[in-house]
Design a protein around this ligand. Structure first.
Ligand code: AHR
Length: 307
């Protein structure tokens, strides 16, 4: 840990935080970045920000720069789960506490970071699954076919969102995932993949779209509209994140359920750094609160969003 922990306000103003973000692939991600920069700025910390542009090697390079610069903390959003041990060991040897935000990592060594702050992606998958099982509970349909548009492979949101969803839908034997495609969390990618899929297979057999993020859903909505598919009716749509544009689509009936993924990690990061500097014990895992919005009820109570 950090042995030179300051104990006065004046010292705190000299704290330098290196923040390595994974990329800028979605409005959600941009909000996540702003939230962290805003809150650390309010505390008076100096923040060195690096965008990894969805490239792991680049992120590792960015963290090595922070280590060389002898920052006081590293805040880091890992693009993928594996492959971080070496650079995290270097940070540990340099006595720099690392706070992982958003996605989770897998390490071979123990104790390579102070804490992880983010969402329960498994709970998000469960919530998406619950909407679907509830929706079809009293339906006379003998099968419910789901097309799943997954996020980037080897990332914790993709793995847990699939796992949590499967856990719930498998309780109803009529419901199954009949196609699982990869859209990498990127709008244009999901759009191409979905366009090609329906060109080959048609869309009439798809009852449900389960999309791992809003950006991909936005791309797919364009293709649906081009092909005369009525989204939210011909195909039931469940999407994750809760960007402002998707809340509008929910109100318009174009999507049926929006599972929230909370991008506002900044306050939690700020609070964790402060508590650490004050000598408090930091829990290994800090989950942020999240909810779900759907056409079944709470459309009038959705807090306004700025992303
Ligand atoms: O890791 C969180 C996910 O990454 C968000 O759901 C998605 O929008 C982003 O690309």
């Amino acid at each position: 840990g950090c042995t030179n922990a300051p104990n006065t306000e004046e010292d705190a103003a000299n704290i330098v935080v290196g923040f390595s973000q994974s990329g800028t692939e979605s409005n959600w991600r941009k909000r996540h970045t702003e939230s962290i920069l805003d809150e650390l700025g309010k505390e008076g910390y100096e923040v060195l920000y690096r965008n990894g542009f969805m490239n792991q090697d680049r992120q590792i390079q960015d963290m090595r720069t922070f280590i060389a610069y002898k920052v006081d903390f590293i805040v880091f959003t890992p693009i993928v789960e594996n492959g971080w041990d070496a650079v995290l060991l270097e940070a540990k040897d340099a006595g720099i506490p690392v706070i992982i935000v958003d996605r989770h990592i897998r390490t071979k060594e123990e104790d390579l970071y102070l804490t992880h702050i983010g969402s329960s992606f498994k709970a998000e998958g469960n919530r998406a699954g619950l909407y679907i099982t509830n929706h079809f509970q009293n339906s006379s349909q003998s099968t419910v076919n789901i097309l799943e548009m997954k996020g980037l492979a080897n990332t914790s949101p993709t793995n847990f969102r699939s796992e949590g969803f499967m856990e719930v839908i498998s309780r109803d034997s009529r419901i199954s995932i009949t196609a699982s495609l990869e859209g990498d969390f990127i709008r244009s990618k999901a759009k191409d993949v979905f366009r090609n899929y329906i060109k080959e297979n048609g869309w009439e057999d798809i009852d449900v779209l389960y999309s791992h993020n809003d950006e991909m859903t936005l791309g797919i909505l364009e293709i649906m509209e081009e092909n005369g598919i009525v989204p939210g009716q011909d195909i039931i749509i469940v999407t994750i994140d809760g960007q402002a544009e998707m809340i509008e689509n929910l109100r318009a009936g174009k999507v049926n359920s929006v599972v929230e993924c909370n991008p506002n990690a900044g306050w939690y990061v700020r609070n964790t750094i402060k508590r650490y500097l004050n000598g408090n014990t930091i829990p290994d895992e800090i989950y942020m609160p999240e909810t779900v919005f759907s056409d079944k009820g709470n459309l009038d109570s959705i807090p306004p969003r700025d992303y």
